[in-house]
Design a protein around this ligand. Structure first.
Ligand SMILES: Cc1ncc(C[n+]2csc(CCOP(=O)(O)OP(=O)(O)O)c2C)c(N)n1
Length: 393
């Protein structure tokens, strides 16, 4: 232990690093692969989540890809607590001042809240479209403004192009004296295409917010849902949810849950027009990145179910190895990686791809024994434990 004041000497080094070295969002194509994505600035930094949290790496990475134009509706749960513990928030802005717009809603209506954000920003962007058309017809607007307005109209939903147009057109709008340009300036935040996200845990998605989530997925609207699946209500101390698998000990399931985990992905796939993926970053970062990019690009609802180890699981290897636990979970068949992309069906291809290998089932019970939530069943109910854990398998 050293005095906190001693550590302040690092501030100078940190400032130098941040201002002189910095991140490299534009040196390589950050979306091309996992390695490249790690040169980009996370717009979610220094969260107060537990060390080794399985949830935060997903959020960090998504903000590296889309953070400068993201809007996030966050269900109550761990992600809303480490997402905005007063007086600080880990969501931040890049050097240009762009970053995610974030808000927490109630536990029971977060999907609807996110859909409302989407409908609201779409409406505002329709106004932008009208104003861009007016600028093209305007006598006062310069040829440069007109060309940018046309470029915007041709690429309205393209995040990169609309960001470039915004960067160029905003300073010109200030110089032009017409009514259209001053109105466009009021709407400048809506010039870049927005990436709408809805975050929450399994307690929200599988249970309490499920009615709304189902409604929003069925709406066909272009929103991206990320379910941080810890298989329990983590933030309130590990209560059983419909995502808890059979055999796991959780609050309200003290003798091990008797019934199987709900298959949320399969339910969403049944619509046929929802992009669905199940991912585990530690098992396959590449599959995870593909799923995130495809989900974001899909012009309709997307659901990504992300496996997230949690302190409530009691990892015997420790939370320092939570990414490895995800790998073990996939190798033994506890968790599967897949993507269901409706666009492929339109091309006459199979929309479903199972991305994880045939599991090595001989490792399944060992995996369970590596987590206290399953292993403690042997101590508490030795005669029933094996029966229940076989059921899980
Ligand atoms: C309607 C309602 N019921 C209960 C709560 C209390 N509550 C806050 S967070 C939480 C647990 C969230 O669990 P989950 O959605 O799985 O997210 P995690 O904490 O695991 O990330 C609960 C029960 C609440 N905020 N609102």
């Amino acid at each position: 232990m050293v005095s906190a004041l001693d550590q302040h000497q690092e501030q100078e080094n940190f400032n130098w690093l941040a201002s002189k070295v910095g991140y490299k969002d534009n040196v390589v194509n950050k979306a091309a692969n996992v390695k490249n994505s790690q040169f980009a600035q996370p717009l979610f930094e220094f969260s107060g989540a537990c060390a080794g949290c399985g949830e935060t790496p997903y959020i960090k990475n998504i903000t590296q890809l889309f953070g400068d134009r993201m809007m996030i509706a966050n269900a109550t749960g761990c992600s809303s607590i480490y997402g905005a513990s007063f007086p600080a928030s880990p969501y931040c802005t890049n050097a240009q001042g762009h970053g995610p717009a974030w808000q927490n809603s109630l536990f029971e209506d977060n999907a609807e809240f996110g859909l409302g954000m989407k409908i609201g920003s779409d409406r505002a962007r329709e106004t932008v479209a009208n104003l861009m058309n007016q600028a093209i017809a305007c006598e006062c607007c310069s040829d440069e403004i007109k060309a940018l307005a046309q470029q915007w109209l041709d690429n309205k939903e393209d995040g990169t192009v609309t960001r470039e147009v915004a960067d160029k057109i905003v300073p010109l709008l200030g110089e032009c004296k017409c009514e259209t340009c001053s109105r466009l300036l009021e709407y400048k935040h809506f010039i870049p295409a927005r990436s709408q996200w809805i975050f929450g845990g399994d307690g929200w998605a599988y249970d309490i917010g499920y009615g709304g989530l189902d409604h929003v997925l069925a709406s066909g609207k272009n929103v991206n849902v990320l379910v941080l699946d810890t298989e329990v209500y983590s933030n309130t101390g590990g209560q059983s949810s419909k995502s808890t698998p059979a055999g796991a000990i959780a609050k309200f399931a003290a003798s091990g849950k008797k019934i199987r985990k709900k298959d949320l992905g399969m339910m969403a796939i049944s619509y046929g027009y929802v992009y669905v993926a199940q991912v585990a970053m530690g098992a396959s970062p590449a599959q995870y990145l593909n799923a995130i990019k495809e989900a974001e690009a899909y012009d309709g609802p997307s659901l990504i179910i992300a496996y997230a180890p949690c302190i409530n699981h009691g990892l015997k290897a420790g939370m320092g190895l939570s990414q490895k636990e995800e790998k073990l979970a996939v190798e033994c068949g506890y968790w599967h990686l897949y993507r269901y992309n409706p666009n492929l069906e339109a091309e006459g291809k199979n929309p479903f791809s199972l991305d994880s290998k045939e599991p090595d089932w001989t490792k399944f019970q060992d995996f369970l024994k590596g987590e206290v939530r399953f292993a403690s069943l042997y101590k508490l109910f030795p005669e029933r434990a094996q029966e229940l854990l076989n059921l899980t398998e």
